[in-house]
Write a protein that binds this ligand. Structure first.
Ligand code: GAL
Length: 443
């Protein structure tokens, strides 16, 4: 297992991030005033055996919804008298949910537990700002410290205390393709952008949309850009760019934007009206040949009856072989919640082999735990497990973020505008300036 180069970004910029996040979500109360007592080793309640539990998530698409239902089933077998309410807010990557969550947290009305990406999204927004309960005692009781890769625990920890339970490891930046279209046209999945453009031209000549894109919620085009950025910069400079160690004014960024502008020339015209899963639907219907998406797309394909290696194939996004963009979904325990005992019961279940083996094969991810049985996974997930163990691991901005959260909105907006009006020079300057003004580039 190799997670060595994912930066565990802690503490120092929490204040900047909290202010910026509060400003962008319209939040009011100061975090520390509304968050209650702190302390890294608080005593946690025992798991409750009855009552209500409100979970908050954005898993509504094919695959996502079924995977969550599978975990709820495991939970309800163990806790038949706890009634789960799922306060779900649709919109991939938390594009709508995160603002609702921020309002609730700032209004001192937190859900009992919520879905959040490990890394800056959890730590800078909610842990360093004192909204979350440390879970050290739960980790100790369950013997979890060596059951998860240390690097994943780092992504949910502050000052040595874990604040959330990782449920999955997703791979972002996978090229998914319709096998029938590729076979009929005698095509191989492209491994470089040059090959991508050759394949795309052949598909276009046959009247097939080469690449499905659904960027209604904007994060999807940022995600495509981060894949192109990774392929252009390589993993070391890609890692550094989010924290100011590599300059956004570098000619390689110009090159990445130029490639992005060319790629956009091969996507479906209605991309701005579609969500990520609707774009994958185009691939399933044979209306488009490829989509570049995280491996929650595999969950979507299988939930809709497609089989790996038969109906759909996969490859790393062009130019990223050997790199693995890591996304981990986690759940934690806010302070001042209504049902702490039920939340502990939920988190205890979530961290178990049984729940992780039920959830991940359906979701498209692999277990966050190290001791799930590989035999519960299909060919795609087994390949993902192997790559996770040997590849260069890098963070995602669109599903993370890799930077401090304050940079996420300006870069998302800049790339969304770029898709409609691909002005390389002005977009590059806008992003470079936003990295500085957000504080992301001065870490
Ligand atoms: C990601 C999340 C995944 C999946 C995807 C689309 O950010 O980590 O679990 O849900 O968004 O919604």
């Amino acid at each position: 297992m190799n997670f060595r180069n994912v930066p565990a970004r802690m503490g120092a910029l929490a204040a900047v991030a909290a202010i910026a996040f509060s400003a962008c979500t319209g939040g009011g109360a100061s975090p520390s005033a509304s968050a209650g007592a702190s302390g890294a080793t608080g005593t946690l309640p025992s798991p409750a055996s009855s009552g209500n539990l409100e979970i908050f998530s954005y898993w509504t698409a094919g695959g996502e919804a079924q995977a969550l239902a599978a975990v709820e089933k495991v939970f309800n077998e163990q806790y038949p008298n706890i009634k789960i309410t799922n306060a779900v807010v649709a919109g991939g990557a938390g594009s709508n949910a995160n603002a609702v969550l921020a309002q609730r947290m700032q209004a001192n009305n937190p859900p009992d537990t919520f879905q959040i990406h490990g890394g800056a999204e959890l730590l800078d927004n909610w842990v360093n700002t004192n909204y979350m309960q440390p879970l050290t005692q739960l980790y100790q009781q369950q013997g979890w410290m060596d059951k998860f890769p240390k690097q994943l625990i780092d992504l949910v920890s502050h000052n040595g205390a874990p604040y959330a339970v990782p449920l999955d490891v997703h791979r972002n930046g996978v090229l998914w393709y319709n096998k029938a279209i590729f076979t009929q046209n005698n095509l191989q999945p492209p491994t470089t952008w040059d090959q991508f453009f050759q394949v795309a031209d052949q598909l276009k000549a046959k009247g097939i949309t080469p690449l499905a894109l659904g960027d209604k919620d904007q994060w999807e085009s940022l995600q495509l850009f981060e894949d192109i950025l990774l392929s252009t910069l390589g993993p070391a400079d890609y890692r550094s760019i989010w924290t100011g160690g590599f300059s956004w004014t570098d000619p390689k960024v110009t090159q990445a934007l130029q490639t992005m502008s060319k790629v956009i020339g091969y996507v479906n015209n209605d991309h701005a009206t579609l969500t990520w899963d609707q774009a994958d639907g185009l691939v399933m219907q044979g209306k488009a040949a490829m989509n570049i998406m995280g491996d929650w797309a595999k969950g979507y394909f299988e939930a809709n009856g497609w089989k790996p290696n038969q109906d759909f194939g996969w490859a790393p996004a062009p130019g990223t072989t050997g790199d693995f963009i890591v996304v981990t979904d986690t759940f934690g325990m806010p302070k001042n919640i209504k049902d702490p005992g039920q939340t502990i019961a939920w988190l205890q279940t979530l961290g178990s082999v049984k729940a992780q083996e039920a959830f991940n094969p359906i979701k498209g991810s692999v277990c966050a735990r190290l001791d799930c049985s590989p035999s519960v996974f299909d060919a795609y997930s087994q390949s993902s497990m192997q790559d996770f163990a040997k590849d260069q691991l890098v963070p995602s901005e669109a599903n993370g973020p890799a930077s401090i959260p304050a940079f996420l909105t300006p870069i998302t907006t800049a790339i969304a505008q770029f898709v409609n009006d691909p002005n390389v020079q002005s977009t590059q300057s806008t992003i470079a300036a936003a990295c500085k003004s957000s504080g992301a580039c001065s870490q």
